[in-house]
Design a protein around this ligand. Structure first.
Ligand SMILES: *Cc1c(COP(=O)(O)O)cnc(C)c1O
Length: 718
């Protein structure tokens, strides 16, 4: 695997003694390394804040005099040398977990395909959970030394930015983002040429360039069709994430799957494992079949090799989450292709068939299920649901034996931990706590953290959230973009002393953002208790085409703007990673109310728990296995009943637990003003959640359960 760190575009004008700041800003390693973050922050704390923690932009905007002064500041130079040393040691990859545990496989490469990657807010090529998971997977692969490369899209306009109108409606705005302000560079072939590919789409050749983002030791390659020789419509193919209609989506998936394989070939990378993160990249299996058959392998043999070396992760039990393309579109884009893989039209269309879609469409999940021998869902419950969903692929096999395993999602702890708590963990657990994140024994020591220290840090984190909210509103207000009522609806009246509940996620209706408002009088009694007030913070985007989701946002906005609710319900505009960090770090309770069993896993609650917030959720997804009765709160879903009955039941449980347990416990203080009982739960939550629901545990599982078996290639056919 490549571990180049070419001093890409070092900023002209960096003082010699700080010359490698440019290189450091171009490798996202800085983003999860506290010392490196501080190194940039120290340059100019105000610019750091204004650039939303973007060192590339900071270095471009900082005054040269300031850099010149730092270049002669002995204490800054010491800090600089220490970070550069850490960086070099990290890149040298000497003692990584993978190099010691799987030394024999060090020469292998795992290609990880995903339609979105959530790495940092300065690279807006993700929409939500799927992308964040992919980003965290790459960061952890880098930390563990796993030889992985990522393949995805550039999306010159990224995902949409959310604006909420004065009337409370979500509006979607797209704007080209400035690559010069992000750590993105042309990917080069082994001979030093810019990497380019061509893919035939609907009878025309579409050209694409390839960009590279360096994620620690892991390179990520991003396809971009915005090149002059393409037609305007093809130039726009990769412009936006989830932006077009079904046909556009099909073309994007052809580019990702088929084009992605060609990118790797062009770069001289020969993966032994091909991981499709969700079905969007499933066509990679077809391109590999084509390659083998062109080289003279039989269809049966080629299929078996592809199967044995392909890993597939499914991410949702919601049918709309699985792409199904109508046959007339498949005819338009694949006639001519099926001959190349030795299939008739009927056989080809059969690859994408399910009992439900028979004759009606080509299901991408079905395709990759047929051509992958290493399958998993993303939580225990989701594994179980997926085995049921896909049981018909293995006729006669009892459902427990259906070969879809489960690897529960996790989060990359160094990315999501608050700096304040990071320091407390370093002091109380171990200076290397993040490296041992999956070690339950280390987390036992959480019990020894003095309550008053933990409480003080938690209060600081909460004040930082309130400050973040206020400054965002102030900046919108000063740009003349907000009506006075919007200023009040966006959290400026929040009180850092009050019990604060956060609810931030995609506004898909199954996530039921409005469940808390099911009984408005009961909710008002909770919010406006003068001695024990409660406040709510909402954030999240609805897909622009999701009308019911947009109505949910509008409904929540109507409560935020209702003066009778006193500004104690707030909606924060344009949820993304940067805001997510403040939210998961600053609230007291992280609420999740999906309709069972629709939440495959969820990860935001893990981020909250790592940061000492308590998770309160329907027992679905990861929480079904994470909840132990003493580390947060759970709502036991009804096994059956229609959705109205379920909603009423879940809302009633939610209110009851808030009234009887959550609020009293939070406000039960000792003589020093410390909520001892609450902190007991916080510590239990950190102790039990952190070691299990982290990517260190998760990526090790991927290596051991799926990647290593796929490398072994034990074909059953020959
Ligand atoms: C973590 C995260 C998500 C995923 O959270 P869920 O629990 O799956 O809802 C989505 N968006 C952002 C910005 C995140 O940070």
């Amino acid at each position: 695997m490549e571990t180049t760190n070419i001093a890409q575009n070092p900023r002209a004008g960096l003082p010699l003694s700080l010359a490698r700041l440019g290189e450091l800003s171009q490798n996202l390693w800085w983003s999860w390394t506290l010392e490196a973050r501080q190194l940039f922050e120290t340059i100019d704390p105000t610019l750091w804040f204004l650039t939303q923690h973007n060192p590339v932009k900071l270095l471009a905007d900082v005054k040269p005099e300031r850099l010149a002064r730092l270049a002669e500041d002995p204490s800054y130079l010491r800090q600089y040398s220490a970070v550069i040393k850490l960086f070099d040691q990290y890149l040298a990859n000497g003692h990584s977990w993978f190099s010691t545990q799987h030394a024999a496989s060090l020469k292998e490469t795992i290609a990880y395909f995903s339609a979105e990657f959530g790495l940092h807010t300065s690279i807006p090529i993700y929409s939500g959970g799927l992308g964040i998971l992919a980003g965290d997977h790459c960061k952890e692969a880098s930390d563990l030394g796993v030889p992985l490369v990522g393949i995805g899209f550039m999306y010159p306009q990224g995902y949409f930015r959310q604006r909420i109108s004065a009337e409370g409606w979500q509006e979607a705005a797209y704007a080209a983002f400035n690559r010069a302000e992000s750590p993105i560079h042309p990917a080069l072939t082994p001979s030093g040429e810019p990497c380019r590919i061509a893919v035939e789409i609907g009878g025309r050749t579409v050209a694409a360039v390839v960009w590279k983002v360096q994620v620690g030791r892991v390179p990520l390659y991003l396809i971009d069709t915005d090149v002059p020789e393409n037609t305007p419509e093809h130039r726009a193919l990769s412009a936006r994430l989830y932006g077009g209609d079904q046909e556009m989506r099909l073309c994007q998936e052809i580019l990702l799957g088929i084009g992605g394989v060609r990118v790797l070939r062009n770069l001289g990378i020969a993966p032994s494992v091909w991981h499709a993160n969700e079905g969007h990249s499933a066509f990679l299996t077809l391109e590999r079949l084509r390659e083998f058959m062109q080289a003279g392998t039989s269809h049966a043999e080629a299929s078996e090799i592809v199967r044995q070396s392909t890993v597939f992760t499914t991410h949702t039990p919601v049918p709309a989450g699985h792409d199904v393309f109508p046959h007339h579109l498949m005819d338009k884009y694949f006639s001519g292709f099926w001959d190349q893989i030795g299939l008739s039209r009927e056989e080809f269309l059969g690859l994408g068939e399910t009992p439900e879609s028979r004759g009606q469409g080509f299901n991408m999940t079905a395709l990759v299920m047929r051509l992958s021998a290493h399958l998993n869902g993303v939580s225990r419950e989701h594994g179980r649901v997926s085995r049921q969903m896909w049981q018909h692929f293995w006729p006669g096999l009892p459902v427990e034996q259906v070969p879809i395993r489960s690897i529960t999602n996790g989060i990359h702890a160094p990315t999501w931990i608050s700096p304040d708590l990071h320091r407390l963990y370093s002091k109380s657990l171990s200076p290397m706590w993040a490296e041992s994140c999956d070690d339950p024994a280390m987390w036992q020591r959480v019990a020894d953290i003095p309550d008053h220290e933990l409480w003080a840090v938690r209060q600081t984190m909460k004040r930082k959230l309130m400050g973040f909210i206020r400054e965002r509103v102030r900046s919108g207000w000063m740009q003349g973009m907000l009506h006075p009522s919007q200023v009040l609806a966006r959290g400026t009246l929040l009180d850092p002393e009050a019990l604060t509940i956060g609810f931030a996620r995609r506004f898909a209706t199954y996530k039921r953002a409005t469940l808390l408002f099911a009984d408005l009088d009961r909710l008002k009694r909770l919010l406006h208790d003068q001695w024990r007030p409660v406040q709510l913070i909402f954030a999240g985007k609805a897909h622009p085409a999701d009308e019911p989701g947009r109505y949910f946002i509008h409904e929540v906005m109507s409560y935020c703007q209702d003066h009778k609710l006193g500004g104690q319900v707030a909606f924060l505009e344009d949820y993304e990673m940067h805001m997510a960090k403040y939210l998961v770090q600053g609230v007291d309770i992280w609420l999740n109310t999906p309709r069972f069993p629709m939440e495959a896993s969820g990860t935001s609650g893990m981020k909250a728990a790592l940061n000492g917030a308590l998770h309160f959720s329907v027992l679905d997804g990861w929480w079904q296995e994470g909840y132990n009765g003493a580390n947060g709160w759970g709502i036991q879903p009804l096994a059956d009943g229609d959705v109205d009955v379920q909603d009423r039941h879940d809302a009633d449980q939610l209110y009851r637990l808030l009234e009887q347990e959550v609020v009293p416990l939070y406000y039960q203080r000792d003589i020093d003003g410390i909520p001892r009982g609450w902190l007991q739960l916080v510590k239990e939550s950190i102790r039990t959640v952190a070691p299990v629901f982290c990517t260190k545990r998760m990526v090790k599982d991927y290596v051991e359960m799926l990647y290593t078996p796929a490398m072994a290639r034990t074909p059953t056919i020959w």
